[in-house]
Unconditional design. Structure first.
Lengths: 114, 115
């Protein structure tokens, strides 16, 4: 079945450090890929998405590129801020029997220190 | 345009009681998904509904759990005879289409605690 694997946390960085959170997936066909962010006590918000191979999603300085050859969708940011502290979830959604249902990774908690 | 609304935000139930969780999707959205987040874990799909229909309930436990999305009013996730293992955050999300390329918009969640 379809699945998402993302790097375990927590990740602790200093402000202005470079961030990478790895995400790989297993899926048949051509899923859409998402990064969602969850701030403490809140629901999930879409951070960025990509719907086909080689697409790059970007938002608020975060980027991720849909790499079909490596089945990856790694999240990057060049310079993190304290306000980026949150839990980040990689997710996929595919066509077929469970069309549209999101499959999530376990989440990576990011803490950014001033 | 109001976002997805869920209530209550926090719910405490004793073992054996019933829990009712409500979700009002974004205006114009007729597709609702429910997810459960257990402590220290990611979200797991439970059920997908369109107005008046359950389309996919493959992620929902067979016993004690049910969901509905009536023609009028919010979607309801109902858990009968709750047990400690039901303690979790329950999120609903809505979307304008059942399309994998479309974003799902999440509510703030209901945090259920079973004592």
């Amino acid at each position: 079945g379809n699945s998402v694997t993302q790097m375990e946390g927590p990740v602790t960085l200093s402000e202005e450090a470079f961030l990478t959170i790895n995400c790989t997936y297993t899926a048949t066909g051509y899923p859409s890929l998402f990064w969602y962010v969850q701030y403490p006590g809140e629901g999930l918000q879409l951070l960025l998405k990509a719907t086909k191979a080689d697409d790059k999603g970007s938002n608020k300085g975060f980027e991720a590129t849909y790499r079909k050859e490596t089945t990856s969708f790694h999240l990057e940011k060049g310079s993190v801020q304290v306000s980026d502290s949150a839990v980040y979830f990689c997710a996929l959604s595919s066509y077929g029997g469970s069309q549209g249902n999101l499959i999530f990774g376990k989440g990576t908690k990011l803490s950014v220190k001033p | 345009n109001a976002g997805v609304m869920q209530n209550p935000r926090h719910l405490v139930r004793r073992r054996g009681q019933e829990a009712r969780l409500r979700c009002s999707p974004m205006k114009g959205h007729s597709h609702v998904y429910w997810y459960r987040q257990l402590p220290e874990e990611g979200l797991k799909f439970m059920v997908y509904l369109q107005k008046e229909n359950i389309i996919d309930e493959s992620g929902m436990p067979k016993e004690r759990f049910s969901a509905e999305f009536p023609k009028e009013g919010p979607s309801i996730l109902r858990i009968q005879q709750v047990v400690r293992g039901d303690s979790a955050a329950y999120f609903c999300a809505s979307s304008p289409r059942r399309d994998p390329s479309y974003e799902q918009y999440f509510g703030p969640g209901t945090r259920l605690t079973v004592t």
